[in-house]
Design a protein around this ligand. Structure first.
Ligand code: BGC
Length: 568
């Protein structure tokens, strides 16, 4: 998901202009397989809310909640109708499993290749969808979600990396953002299927089972497709890597790209994942640590997933009935998809900060308005006599909120963490960002229904306050990364009024002095030297564990070649 972020040419010499071959049918086929990875993520995110609104599903697995919903009489608290920890676990267990699997998948991706991790992902997805579709009891249901979570952990680590390595360099950024687009398509497809099967007896089995279709594509694709040239070469299979490169580029003239990949692979072995982690906790990499932690954490506290996971049941609580609730979920998922295109169009023109700030303002306003609307409405009406016009206004406001998210924090949460990492912290920083995202998706999925019950309409005001905090965070601490090559991000931190102080004057002075004559990466080397901490890690960090925000492994390594690593 990179929306055309700064993609460095592969190779220290910037030989990307000499690369031959463009978009081939193999790459397009690969893109379809990769898209199925994003689709699965979105599908599994979006499918549960609609399923939970289904009476046959609720009565079978959550009879207590079903009875509460049926008994929703005049005096019943609409905010608490669905407050059930096990119901929440059905949604959120996916993320805790994803969080556990992501670091494992990262090691597998590095040691055995992208293909193996994608295959593992496809198989976990297949197992999870089958268990869910055939579920006879709650245990089967939760176990199925855990398997799907393992699938997500594998897919989010390997698919975008594989995609960016297989794509011709000039299409890398665009393909990166396609993953987020595929995610939003997955959410929409899930809502459409939920809507279509709502009148079928046990239609929820089909909803949950249909995830097996993209899972089959991912599984078969990862059996048929070759591993990426980068992965093959890094594992010493140079000849095979070269053959694959020639095949996917549709030409034998791949010398320049092949040599760059070889150089990158050689550099990639210089920094271990553990070293990147150690670097991340050193003072002068503090901006990378703080931003990698807080951007994905804040994304979840926008409250977006409260809507993505629970919109059908939110509208059920507003008394729309199952049909209306599911239709609203479709509309909202459609808005989410369309607004993602806005991000793709604007991200490299307006820049990241403007999108973050305006999206934040839009979300803040909409959340406040929803809070007030519900607060005022439920002080006068209850679920059974709430005027229809109020649910329409709520729908419009939620759409405004979702649109704001989808052109800002949605895609940027995956793009910006891929741009704010220095070469020395990159692989660890990415892993951290993915884990934080999964962790707080879990926390939010698990807590939202209880928060809704106890805070009532105030929950929307709470999210509005969080959005205000994160918008201020962006305003003060997130630098503009549009067009900043990744080897120059450190100079950006040095010039930043807050981060410059955090990093410390010695590092900043030395960096800026060298930046005047050299590239940013040289400047970073100077910073290291000024601090008199010659570091054997002072080379790039590998991107083996790069999540879907990845650009690719090679540019890292390539840019790192510009570093005076040999100083150690
Ligand atoms: C987020 C998901 C969210 C989705 C909505 C993604 O960027 O990580 O948690 O559900 O956007 O489109």
């Amino acid at each position: 998901m990179g929306g055309g972020g700064p993609i460095s040419p592969i190779g220290a010499a910037g030989r990307a202009s000499q690369y031959k071959g463009g978009m081939t049918t193999s790459v397009m086929f690969i893109a379809v397989v990769a898209a199925s990875g994003g689709l699965l993520f979105g599908y599994d995110l979006g499918v549960t809310g609609g399923v939970e609104a289904s009476d046959s599903f609720l009565s079978k697995f959550f009879p207590g909640t079903y009875e509460a919903k049926q008994a929703a009489a005049d005096d019943y608290n609409p905010y608490c109708m669905f407050d059930d920890q096990l119901l929440a676990l059905f949604t959120s267990s996916l993320f805790i499993a994803g969080m556990v699997m992501a670091p494992v998948a990262s090691v597998v991706t590095r040691k055995w290749g992208r293909k193996v991790t994608m295959l593992m992902g496809g198989l976990w997805f297949l197992l999870g969808s089958t268990l869910n579709a055939a579920a006879q009891n709650l245990a089967m249901l939760i176990l199925g979600r855990i398997c799907l979570g393992f699938g997500i952990g594998c897919a989010n680590q390997s698919v975008p990396l594989y995609l960016s390595e297989m794509a011709p360099s000039k299409y890398r950024g665009g393909l990166n953002m396609m993953f987020q687009l595929a995610t939003t398509i997955g959410i929409l497809v899930a809502q459409l299927i939920n809507y279509a099967v709502q009148d079928w007896d046990e239609g929820w089995r089909l909803s949950l089972g249909l995830g097996a279709v993209p899972a089959c594509i991912l599984t078969l694709g990862s059996i048929i497709l070759p591993d990426s040239p980068n992965s093959l070469i890094e594992r010493g299979k140079n000849e095979q890597g070269r053959k694959v490169l020639a095949r996917i580029r549709g030409t034998q003239q791949v010398d320049a790209e092949y040599e760059d990949i070889c150089e990158a692979a050689a550099s990639a072995t210089k920094v271990t994942h553990a070293q990147a982690w150690r670097n991340l906790f050193r003072r002068h990499y503090r901006p990378s640590l703080v931003l990698a932690t807080w951007i994905p954490t804040f994304q979840q506290w926008t409250g977006m997933n409260a809507i993505m996971f629970y919109v059908p049941i939110l509208f059920s609580s507003l008394g729309t009935g199952q049909k209306g609730a599911l239709l609203n979920a479709v509309i909202i998922a459609g808005v989410n998809l369309i607004s993602t295109f806005v991000a793709i169009l604007l991200v490299d023109k307006a820049g990241r900060r403007k999108l973050f700030l305006s999206g934040g303002l839009q979300m803040f306003t909409a959340q406040i308005a929803v809070g007030i609307l519900l607060g005022v409405s439920f002080s006068t009406y209850n679920t059974s006599n709430l005027p229809e016009s109020i649910t329409y206004v709520a729908l419009v406001l939620i759409c405004i909120f979702v649109a704001g998210f989808a052109y800002s924090w949605g895609p940027l949460t995956w793009l910006v963490p891929s741009e704010i990492q220095t070469l020395e912290t990159r692989s660890a920083g990415f892993s951290l960002s993915v884990s934080m995202n999964f962790l707080f998706s879990f926390v939010l999925g698990q807590c939202f229904l209880t928060m809704l019950c106890s805070m009532e309409y105030g929950v929307f005001l709470f999210f509005a306050a969080m959005v205000a905090i994160m918008t201020a965070f962006v305003f003060v601490l997130v630098p503009e990364t549009k067009g900043v090559p990744m080897e120059e991000i450190y100079t950006v931190y040095c010039e930043h009024k807050v981060w410059g102080k955090v990093i410390g004057p010695e590092a900043v002075e030395a960096t800026m002095a060298l930046a005047a004559t050299n590239s940013g990466s040289m400047a970073l080397a100077a910073a290291e030297m000024a601090l008199a901490k010659p570091s054997p890690k002072f080379s790039h960090s590998t991107t083996k564990s790069t999540p879907r925000g990845s650009e690719d492994a090679a540019p890292d390594a390539a840019a790192a070649d510009a570093l005076p690593v040999s100083k150690e």
